[in-house]
Design a protein. Structure first.
Length: 361
C-alpha cells in the first residue's frame, strides 16, 4: 500500500503552550487591577455614549519590548493622567503584537528575547505580568488585537482595543472584535479607505460564531453577542493624512450614512504624521482647534510616545538604548507632557459646553 504524507508537510514542530487558565492561575487578576479595568471600560463607553464629555487618549510606545522601560514610562503616564483627569482620560498604549507587511520582529509575545527564539510561552506570561503591573498602578491599558487566541490569555486586563489598518478587512478580526469586552477602535485601511473600517464596525456589532479556544485550551465554538462600542480611528493613508477638518467631516457623513454614531478617534502618528514623530504635536494642535471651533465627533486621539525620541534598529538587548522604540519612531517624554498639558489647558474651558454629534443607541 502506498503511503502519502498529506498533513503538516511544512510544520517543523508542535510545542506545548500553557492554557489561558494555567497562565491566569500563575498571574491572577488582583482587586486593584480589576477595579482599574472595570472603571476605565465604564468611562470609555460613557465617552462614546456622550454622557462623559471628556476625551480619551491612547498614549505610549509603538510596541513594548523592554518591560522595565515600559513600567518607567507607565509611572510617568499615571502621574500625568491624574493631572489632566478633568479633561482627558489617559490609557497606556501596550502593544505586544506587530503586524508585518513581509517579515520582521512580530512583537514581545512572539519573540520576548528579541533573538528569533520565538518563546511564545514565555512572551505570553511576561505580557500578562506587564499588563497586571500597569493596571496595578491604576492606569488602564490599550492594545491591538492581532492573534485571535491572545485575548483569552490577557483580555481581562485590557480596557480599549484597536483593530489595525492591515487587519480591519479580515473576517477573523471582525468576528473577534464582536466578542471582545472592550470598546474597539477600527482604523481606516492603509490606502485611506473609510468604507472598510465602517463595514468592520457594522460587522462587529452583530452576533458571530467561529472557532476558538476556551480557558482550558480546548477548541470551542465561540458565539458572540456583538460589540456595540465599535468606532472609527483615522490614521491617514493612501499618501495623505486625514485628521483635517474636511476629512473629519467626510468621516462623519460616512458614519451617519451607515447609521453609526459619529464617534471618531484620530491617530496623531502613522500616515497622519508621515511617521515623523515631530509632526505629532502639530496633529494634536489641529484636533484641539477643531474641538474648540465646534467639532462634536472627535472623542479621542492616539500618540506614539516613549521615554526617548525616535527609534532604533533591533540589536542584541544589551546594545539597545534604554526607553527608545525598536519599531515606529516616537516623541519623547518631555514632548508628550507638553502635548497633553497644552491640550488640557485649552479643553478644560471647552468641553463643559461642548455639544456631541451623537451617541450609541
Amino acid at each position: 500500500m502506498i503511503q502519502f504524507l498529506l498533513e503538516n508537510t511544512n510544520i517543523e514542530a508542535f510545542e506545548p503552550m500553557p492554557t489561558p487558565a494555567e497562565i491566569k492561575t500563575a498571574l491572577p487578576l488582583t482587586e486593584r487591577a480589576a477595579t482599574t479595568v472595570a472603571t476605565a471600560r465604564q468611562t470609555l463607553t460613557a465617552i462614546l455614549d456622550g454622557t462623559d464629555r471628556r476625551l480619551f487618549a491612547v498614549v505610549g510606545p509603538c510596541s513594548i519590548h523592554d518591560p522595565e522601560a515600559g513600567l518607567d514610562y507607565a509611572r510617568k503616564l499615571k502621574a500625568l493622567a491624574d493631572e489632566v483627569a478633568e479633561t482627558i482620560v489617559l490609557v497606556m498604549r501596550v502593544y505586544f503584537e506587530k503586524p508585518r507587511t513581509s517579515v520582521g520582529w512580530k512583537g514581545f509575545i512572539n519573540d520576548p528575547f528579541l533573538d528569533d527564539s520565538f518563546r511564545i510561552d514565555v512572551g505570553m506570561k511576561r505580557a500578562r505580568a506587564f499588563l497586571l503591573a500597569v493596571n496595578e498602578l491604576g492606569l488602564p491599558a490599550a492594545t491591538e488585537a492581532l492573534d485571535p487566541i491572545g485575548p483569552q490569555y490577557y483580555g481581562d486586563l485590557v480596557s480599549w482595543t484597536a483593530i489595525g489598518a492591515r487587519t480591519v478587512e479580515s473576517q477573523t478580526h471582525r468576528e473577534m472584535a464582536s466578542g471582545l469586552s472592550t470598546p474597539v477602535g477600527f482604523k481606516n485601511s492603509t490606502d485611506g479607505s473609510l468604507e472598510v473600517a465602517i463595514n468592520a464596525i457594522l460587522s462587529a456589532s452583530h452576533r458571530h460564531a467561529f472557532l476558538g479556544i476556551d480557558e482550558s485550551g480546548r477548541t470551542a465554538i465561540v458565539r458572540t453577542k456583538g460589540n456595540r462600542y465599535g468606532h472609527l480611528v483615522l490614521r491617514g493613508g493612501g499618501g495623505r493624512p486625514n485628521y483635517d477638518s474636511v476629512s473629519v467631516s467626510l468621516a462623519e457623513q460616512a458614519l451617519t450614512k451607515a447609521r453609526l454614531p459619529a464617534n471618531i478617534v484620530i491617530d496623531c502618528s502613522h500616515a497622519n504624521s508621515w511617521k515623523k514623530p515631530e509632526y505629532q504635536p502639530l496633529v494634536l494642535k489641529d484636533i484641539v482647534h477643531q474641538i474648540r471651533e465646534g467639532n462634536g465627533s472627535i472623542v479621542g486621539f492616539m500618540v506614539e510616545s516613549f521615554l526617548e525620541a525616535g527609534n532604533q534598529p533591533l540589536r542584541p538587548r544589551e546594545a539597545l538604548k534604554y526607553g527608545c522604540s525598536i519599531t515606529d519612531p516616537c516623541v519623547d517624554w518631555a514632548t508628550t507632557e507638553t502635548m497633553i498639558r497644552s491640550a488640557h489647558e485649552v479643553l478644560q474651558h471647552v468641553l463643559p459646553e461642548r455639544k456631541r454629534n451623537g451617541s450609541v443607541s
